[in-house]
Design a protein around this ligand. Structure first.
Ligand code: UDP
Length: 263
């Protein structure tokens, strides 16, 4: 049984990192198919103006909150999510689960040397992991079908795509039927982190909800406008949601159900 909550118009499944891994294992064992979405504040705001992205995320078998501010908001709204589940950490969990289930893993995203380092680092950590494909994430729209076919032919059961949002979601959405994988996840810039090319924010910054600030300090030119817009929008919408909650106007949108993977 997974409880889900609607927070700022997105369904979030109330699972911990271990719970997400368990969901992945059950999906692999069941023979069904499903994709996992990790939603942070920037993605949650992006979904409001990108209907395709919203549909992809709404259709996910599992949606987890990737950011401390979302966890705080969930608690203030009395729709508690147990903990932050970050894409970069979920990669390790999923690789572990896939290796236990003897399921082939396909990695696609970032530059070729980076994704190869990711496979190397993950193999050191999980020696039984079977990587059946390791490909960069740079290709033209015309090449996308061939990429999907290569994934299908590899026989992979788990596909991890790290091409940034919403690029990775578009690829998965466009080719979902052709890929024939059981489990897929988009993990944004996580390959750069796992390969040691970019640093993650220190733990204390993650805990106090300042991971975005760390990223901003690393790439101020590219990210300033994005974070200024999405953070202000998030604070504004959270304020209204909290006011609605305090005035008893909140919708009863919490559900308890056996979350089913997509078939
Ligand atoms: N990336 C990719 N293909 C592309 C563009 C980006 O594989 O066509 C990779 C990039 O190398 C990086 C990750 O996607 O590892 C996230 O990229 P970026 O930081 O530009 O994404 P954003 O933060 O804008 O979502």
């Amino acid at each position: 049984m997974t409880t889900s909550h609607n927070i700022l118009n997105c369904r979030f499944d109330a699972v911990s990192e271990a719970g997400a891994a368990q969901w992945a294992q059950e999906t692999l064992r069941s023979g069904k198919r499903g994709h996992i979405s990790t939603v942070n504040v920037a993605i949650l705001m992006m979904m409001r103006s990108d209907a395709r992205l919203k549909k992809y995320i709404d259709d996910s078998g599992l949606i987890v909150a990737d950011g401390q501010p979302l966890i705080w908001l969930s608690k203030l709204l009395r729709k508690p999510l147990p903990e932050r589940v970050a894409g970069v950490e979920l990669v390790n969990e999923l690789v572990n689960v896939a290796s236990e289930e003897k399921a082939g893993i396909y990695l696609m995203g970032a530059k070729q040397d980076i994704v190869e380092d990711v496979a190397k680092n993950l193999t050191e950590q999980t020696p039984n992991a079977q990587f059946v494909g390791v490909q960069d994430g740079y290709f033209t729209p015309e090449e996308a079908t061939a990429r999907a076919q290569a994934i299908r032919e590899s026989g992979a059961k788990l596909l991890i795509v790290a091409m940034g949002v919403p690029r990775q979601e578009q690829f998965l959405q466009d080719h979902w039927e052709d890929l024939n994988v059981q489990l897929a996840i988009g993990v944004g810039g996580s390959f750069d982190v796992i390969a040691g090319r970019t640093k993650r924010a220190p733990q204390w910054m993650q805990t106090v909800g300042l991971e975005w600030f760390f990223r901003l300090s690393q790439e101020p030119k590219r990210l300033a406008k994005r974070y200024l817009i999405t953070n202000s929008q998030f604070i504004w919408l959270s304020g209204w949601a909290l006011l609605g909650h305090l005035l008893g106007l909140g919708k009863t949108t919490t559900q308890s159900d056996a979350r089913q993977p997509l078939v």
